[in-house]
Design a protein around this ligand. Structure first.
Ligand code: KIV
Length: 276
């Protein structure tokens, strides 16, 4: 099956097909999600929080993004792979941005890269696009600016802040990005901008008026019962299921009922239960 490309994603807006994007960080999750019909898989720098246990995304490195990208790519047959440019891999100059994006394409197997910021990131976006690397923009709450924003807060609630987000979104489109993520902005603003822009908008905490939606896979699957912001819908409650399976395993090991004969080899080469 051919992989979805940046032009395929762009076209989805013109035919009115909503875009489903989800994060993944390893091959097993990528393989399962690819089968679901998801259009875009994002190796997000959210991996700093959900995989590495950090309190924000700021310590994630370019090498780590490339490493997880390679793993995720091996699990994809159809979905388009986007990889996040981590903090300080593109802020210094357009040349730095292009070098970092090139590394994510060559070593991480990215089909496109995502970077945060609007007006200020436009030269970095333009440098990548001019070199033939498709770019996804990201405005609104930009987690790499968590310290400047004073926390993970909804952005664009007053008219001045909304105007800035409008300028940022237009700058991202003007710089050549083929789609844009809106994170945690009022739904009316996201809907207005989705109508204004010709590139698809992908919302997270930005309401139903966007051209697509993205969720972190761990949130969608309910892997952490402590984390339940308003914008997350859990489509499964895996935390309880994983804990239950782990408890059953421990009980069987301690009780001596696992492994059974069907999980066991003998010296004759006979294999019980048809296993390998
Ligand atoms: O890092 C990430 O996972 C993201 C999405 C939440 C959009 O940027």
């Amino acid at each position: 099956m051919p992989r979805l490309t940046a032009p395929d994603i762009l076209k989805m807006k013109s035919i009115g097909e909503k875009i489903a994007m989800v994060t993944a960080y390893d091959v097993a999750m990528a393989r399962l999600l690819d089968r679901t019909g998801v259009d875009m898989v994002l190796v997000g720098d959210s991996l700093g929080m959900v995989v590495q246990g950090e309190e924000n995304t700021l310590r994630v490195t370019l090498d780590e993004m490339a490493y997880h990208g390679r793993a995720v790519n091996r699990g994809l047959e159809r979905a388009h792979l986007t990889i996040d440019m981590p903090f300080m891999s593109y802020q210094l100059s357009p040349t730095q941005a292009l070098e970092s994006a090139g590394k994510l394409v060559q070593q991480g197997r990215a089909q496109s890269v995502k970077l945060e910021g609007g007006v200020r990131s436009a030269p970095a976006i333009r440098a990548c696009v001019d070199a033939g690397i498709p770019v996804v923009g990201h405005v609104g709450l930009t987690p790499q600016s968590v310290h400047a924003m004073g926390g993970f807060k909804v952005q664009g609630r007053d008219e001045t802040a909304a105007r800035r987000i409008r300028e940022d979104a237009l700058a991202v489109q003007e710089a050549g990005a083929f789609c844009i993520v809106f994170e945690m902005i009022p739904s009316a603003l996201a809907a207005e901008l989705s109508a204004l822009l010709s590139i698809p908008t992908i919302g997270i905490g930005a309401g139903a008026g966007c051209d697509g939606q993205v969720l972190v896979c761990n949130d969608l699957l309910g892997m952490d019962e402590r984390f339940k912001p308003r914008f997350v819908k859990r489509f499964a409650e895996l935390a309880g299921i994983i804990e239950g399976a782990g408890r059953a395993y421990v009980a069987e090991v301690k009780g001596g009922t696992f492994p059974g004969p069907e999980h066991t080899y003998d010296t004759t080469g006979k294999v019980y239960g048809g296993g390998k």
